[in-house]
Design a protein around this ligand. Sequence first.
Ligand code: NCD
Length: 317
Amino acid sequence: MRPEPSPPFVFPHRHLLGVAGLSAFEIEGLLAASEEAVALSRQVEKKRSTLRGRTQINLFFENSTRTQSSFEIAGKRLGADVMNMSVGASSMKKGETVLDTAATLNAMRPDIIVVRHHAAGAVALLAQKVDCSVVNAGDGAHEHPTQALLDALTIKRAKGRIEGLTVAICGDVLHSRVARSNIILLNALGARVRVVAPSTLLPEGVERLGVTAHRTMREGLAGADVVMMLRLQLERMNGSFVPSVKEYFAHFGLDAAKLAYAAPDAVVMHPGPMNRGVEIASEVADGPRSLIRDQVEMGVAVRMAVLEALSRHLPND
Ligand code: NCD
């Protein structure tokens, strides 16, 4: 008897607001779909028609280069009409709230809104007020689900697996939505996750997220398979979290000497934008173990997979 073909992957959610709440099966499904998008993106003809006729709005209340442009490319590769809206200081100064903006955009009948906002929870709030699918492209220090998915895809392609790997997430964990989403996702897929930072940059009770906390790079990187650096988020700091950038680099900046604590075949990642000479040295960022460019490529693929997964739940379907 022939085996039953496995049923096609169906993503059951209308929105992607975070990694929290996704099952390992759903994460694996998105990663498998992303692999197909990588192959498609490497062809001359890169377009599909999954989102033909659909309108995607990228609503960014916070600056972004790679996230916004990769959502734009992803939407266009799937055939959507993509509009970028950067809500800078201007309309916020006029007193318009997130919910007013949401109501205005909703009246234009979009099918997908991709949102980045500086306040944790703002994207989920907006999702309650619109009729279309919403993707969280980063909300305050809360979550950045597509970043965690693209990081997982990058690791999986480099290492062949995620389960059982030791991943050290280093730096400004306190202010990082990237760290939060990665911790949740990597735990769901069976990695061992460490965070490495000075005490001032670790959230209280971080161990409850399922990580071990380390205060030195020597200890935190020992034998690690993946070293994930985070940007020092100076714009979110309203106090003195680090004595000086120079001192921070001396203790927590990743250079070749500190990378030597990790496993001999360890890979290095950074979500960007990088502060060279602050959290990472150029010799490492541009070195042979760096996956930073791969992360950017995987970013487009993962966002295509996410948009495609949500396309089953779009209005009028
Ligand atoms: C991150 C972000 O904005 O959350 N960057 C990104 O999405 N590529 C990390 C950061 O800003 O440091």
